[in-house]
Design a binder for this molecule. Sequence first.
Ligand code: RP5
Ligand code: MG
Ligand code: MG
Length: 278
Amino acid sequence: RMLHFKCRNVKYPFSEVQRFPVSDDQVPWNFQFENYQPVEYTSPVLLNKPWADPDVSDNNFKPRWNALDGVINRKSHEGEYAIQHGRPLNIRGRTGISGRGILGKWGPNHAADPIVTRWKMDNGVKILHNKTNLPILQFCAIQRRDNNEWAIPGGMVDPGETITATLKREFQEEALNSLEANTEQLEKDRNIIADFFKGGIEVYKGYVDDPRNTDNAWMETVAYNFHDDTNLSVGKFALQAGDDAKSVQWMDIDQTLALYASHINFIKIVVRLRNCHW
Ligand code: RP5
Ligand code: MG
Ligand code: MG
């Protein structure tokens, strides 16, 4: 399994909590790490939040680990995770923090990431990169309000929601500001959007190296590529940031991009798929 980096050896987001140091070797749970003393941290923000799990010590909390638990998916895309002292163990290994941090669910927290792409064009003609001679692909990137990092406009799968619905909803909320925008335009575009989101290709399913991950809670995602080959569909839309996005843009893709969590790895898969400049 791949190592995680963004949830190790740094301060935990929105807190002063410093993670217990974990070297590359020490990540796997089967590595003997006698002196491992992760900092216990569950954000007080989670207390009594309807979307968050209760504490594992709560007698009324009877989660079904590694299973579909009513409308909550507690299965990992990466296989079976272990349970220790009543808590799931991070499927990729140690992070230096025990507890849930700011994640609502113990174990996997499921998200979906819509990678919406178009070609960089000049009057309907693809622009080729001057070094590689390959067409330049652009993706719809949002700047996250929580940490200013650029990212795919993904979001959490609501209880009982299908991945297909999450992909389309999060794109509309974060990149088209559907929660606030003038609904007249969105109404006009509704059929275009519906058609466009039927044509997705799954490019990644699994763990996300997210800075919010802990030893007992972590992000997982399903990423889909939705591609507008002509810029006559969603590619022609004027983007407008909304909800947890503070800005949005069509961003040229190349290997120097610095993106949130492990999003660059998902973009790289799309690059191979579309045979574009990198
Ligand atoms: C990442 O966090 C996922 O890849 C997805 O992009 C995002 C979901 O969380 P929020 O945007 O709702 O904070 O791990
Ligand atoms: Mg969102
Ligand atoms: Mg989001």
